[in-house]
Design a protein around this ligand. Structure first.
Ligand code: ADP
Ligand code: MG
Length: 709
């Protein structure tokens, strides 16, 4: 699918129409790279460029130099070794007087005949050092006089390829020939600009046609940069246009209850029962929610806020808005423990009001359950808290106006459908809360068609968690720190990784670690809880409860404690094998401490030898506790596809834009898209005709993007 808007034009032609591409090669390109048409070829951009303006002198080359380009004479060419060790070794000497080796393991006979001793060649490849000798294995190599005349471009594109393609001559060099052939057939009318002319002018962007040409065959660095900027903007802008259009059309489709008033429940609570002053961010988000609920359009809002930022209170006060308008509300959490925690804290907040709160999970059975369901159906229960049992068919509300879902990433499509059916004629408003901060650029794309609220401020008076990194042989010291905390009456978490592919080994390791801990922290002075993913939920809950009630001092656990568990008396967390955890996981884990008034500690244990990425991850954890900063770092380290909460989204696969780097361009793109849709919602103005055509043509591709509802 090509971004061109022209009717069946050149770009739609099959690649088999190109000279030199027979059915076999065409099939291979389709299979390996999804390239079917000339358009596909044109819109598969190079992923890097070789700077052919620079030649290295062999005498200056260092062993770890990476890729180099040299010009020199081939002085010898010898076949060495037998059978599988057979290789062709050439020596290239340049004007610096020094020489290096060129080595080929494949195509030995053919290449021996092709390359001529005494000729001057331009050679490109990665330098390596063997036994003190510099060499390049399988270099790109071209006669110097041909290289100059045929390849006038100074930056050569390098394309994604595969072994199979390379073998059929469709390596990066072959691709360059193809792309030249295609570009020669194209004129600007084949690739009209979809961006309105005034935008090009204001933002100083080159035309679509020029940019596409230059991205493949840039004359120089400046041209390449201009092409990149244009194509990145185009990609992000078009995406934002689609997302915003999607949002507008969804809002037009789905009506909702208008919560027109703020009444006694909310106001009384706000004036008399609020146990603290709301943070500025909490107030702002409540205003956003209130506005949204008043519009008569079904709300679909994502609330992002770091661990401990006070999302529960925002949820509660939103539910009070529903009550003020005569509706019921509910809040769901992914686990029984979490749901019950919500129940306890919300009951506490509301104890002096006449709001009736109830709790439901699979464990509420028999008569209690029957009565609860009856009260709910009659409207005698105002707020229902619980697990996903809340949305099972037998649970009937009198009139559910707002449903809150805590920790969104466990809420699937089926469950959403059930939720929507909970009420007629309109579905309840939905607020999804997540403590997994998503970088702004990602949120704008993965959730670009939804409303997103962000709590970017923690309540005052938190003592920041002190984080240190230690290597494993300092374990004894760490045990000492744990003992100190326990002596002060506090509790400790010790967290172990559990990675699915070697679950068994990990469990064994956990058992061994448990024995070690029993040695270091003997009964009866110390009590240890163990919780891991292979336990039955009841057993897990039992152990968690013991720790929560202070009956045990140490909680040894795998990542099951990640989400939402609140034990304010736990002041120290030790993470074992830190290098095996992802950044966002580490951040979530660390959020289990620092929840009380006491100073808290997080000790990241790792082995001595660490990869560069692990080192950076750990450094990020030590340097900051800001979830958004951590998420940004995660995005830079791992790329957008890997960030929690966005995996289901297909929009993150981009041709050229990079969400880790192009945040500025993205902001501009989103702002401009918004402006345009505000001024010309149907894109009827002549200057938006091409844009409108393009978007109509491509809107099909984005169905199913919205993660919520
Ligand atoms: P999360 O966003 O992780 O769900 P919680 O809602 O559990 O966070 O809040 C964490 C703690 O902060 C709770 O003990 C809550 O009572 C407290 N809290 C929330 N908002 C404020 C505030 N504005 N001022 C002081 N404490 C607050
Ligand atoms: Mg929470």
């Amino acid at each position: 699918m090509s971004p061109a808007t022209s009717k069946a034009g050149v770009l739609d032609r099959s690649i088999a129409s190109l000279k030199g591409i027979g059915p076999a090669k065409a099939e291979l390109l389709a299979k390996e790279l999804m390239i079917f048409s000339l358009g596909d070829l044109v819109y598969s951009y190079p992923f890097r460029y070789v700077d052919r303006t620079q030649f290295h002198q062999i005498i200056d080359i260092l062993p770890d130099q990476g890729n180099v380009q040299i010009k020199g004479k081939l002085v010898t060419m010898v076949t060495k070794g037998e059978n599988r060790k057979k290789r062709l070794v050439g020596r290239l000497r340049d004007e610096s007087g020094a020489a290096l080796e060129l080595v080929w393991f494949r195509g030995v006979n053919y290449l021996d005949r092709t390359y001529k001793i005494g000729e001057e060649y331009v050679v490109y490849g990665k330098v390596e050092e063997f036994n003190g000798k510099l060499s390049i294995t399988h270099p790109e190599m071209e006669l110097a006089n041909r290289a100059v005349t045929e390849e006038a471009a100074t930056f050569e594109p390098v394309y994604a390829s595969t072994d199979k393609l390379n073998k059929r001559g469709l390596d990066t060099r072959g691709r360059r020939k193809l792309i030249r052939a295609v570009l020669d057939q194209l004129s600007p009318t084949d690739m009209p600009d979809m961006l309105p002319p005034y935008l090009l002018e204001e933002l100083r962007l080159v035309s679509h046609y020029d940019a596409v040409r230059a991205i493949h065959l840039p004359a120089d660095q400046a041209e390449l940069e201009a092409a990149r900027r244009r194509l990145k903007f185009e990609e992000l802008f078009l995406l934002q246009m689609r997302l915003l259009q999607l949002k507008v059309s969804r809002e037009a489709r789905v009506a909702g209850y208008a919560f027109g008033q703020i009444g006694d429940y909310f106001n009384t609570f706000f004036q008399d029962h609020l146990p603290f002053t709301l943070t500025g961010a909490q107030k702002r988000v409540l205003r956003e929610i209130r506005q949204d609920l008043g519009r008569g359009i079904q709300m679909n809002r994502l609330l992002q806020g770091d661990v401990g930022s006070g999302k529960t209170m925002v949820g509660l006060m939103s539910m009070l808005m529903a009550l003020d308008n005569g509706f019921q509300a509910c809040m769901m959490a992914p686990t029984e423990i979490l749901a019950h925690q919500h129940y306890e804290s919300i009951q506490e907040y509301l104890k002096e009001t006449d709001v009736r709160v109830a709790f439901l999970s699979g464990n509420v059975k028999g008569r209690a359950r029957r009565e609860l369901l009856e009260d709910l159906a009659e409207g005698r229960i105002h707020i229902l808290l619980g697990t996903h049992a809340l949305i099972e068919p037998p649970v009937v509300f009198k009139n559910l106006g707002l449903a809150i879902i805590d920790e969104q990433h466990r809420f699937g499509v089926k469950q959403r459908a059930k939720l929507w059916k909970k009420n007629t004629p309109y579905p309840p408003h939905v607020l999804v809360m997540t403590a997994t901060p998503i970088p702004r650029t990602l949120a704008m794309t993965a959730y670009g068609d939804l409303d997103v609220s962000v709590i970017d401020e923690l309540p005052p008076g938190r003592t920041p968690i002190k984080t240190v990194h230690l290597t494993e042989h300092r374990r004894e010291r760490v045990f000492g720190r744990i003992r100190e905390e326990i002596a002060k009456g506090r509790q400790a978490y010790v967290v172990y990784p559990l990675i699915e592919e070697n679950e068994k080994l990990d469990l064994l390791a956990l058992e061994a670690a448990y024995d070690e801990m029993l040695d270091r922290f003997p009964r009866p002075d110390y009590q240890i809880s163990v919780v891991h993913g292979k336990m039955k939920p009841e057993d897990k809950d039992f152990e968690m409860a013991r720790f929560k009630n202070g009956e045990t001092h140490i909680m040894m656990a795998t990542t099951v404690i990640e989400v939402g568990v609140n034990v304010p008396n736990a002041t120290i967390m030790v993470i074992v094998h830190t290098e095996r955890f992802g950044l966002s996981q580490l951040h979530q884990l660390r959020g289990r401490v620092g929840r009380g008034a006491q100073e808290s500690f997080c000790i990241l244990l790792s082995s001595v030898k660490l990869s560069k990425e692990s080192r950076q991850r750990i450094k990020t954890m030590v340097d900051t506790t800001d979830g958004f900063k951590i998420a940004e770092a995660d995005l830079r380290l791992r790329g957008p596809g890997m960030i929690d909460g966005t995996q289901q989204s297909g929009v993150l696969q981009m041709r050229i834009a990079d969400l880790a780097q192009d945040g500025r361009i993205l902001s501009v793109a989103r702002d401009r898209a918004k402006d345009i849709l505000e001024q010309d919602p149907q894109l009827q103005r002549p200057e938006h005709r091409m844009l409108s055509r393009y978007l109509d043509h491509h809107l099909k591709a984005v169905k199913g993007w919205s993660l919520i509802s």
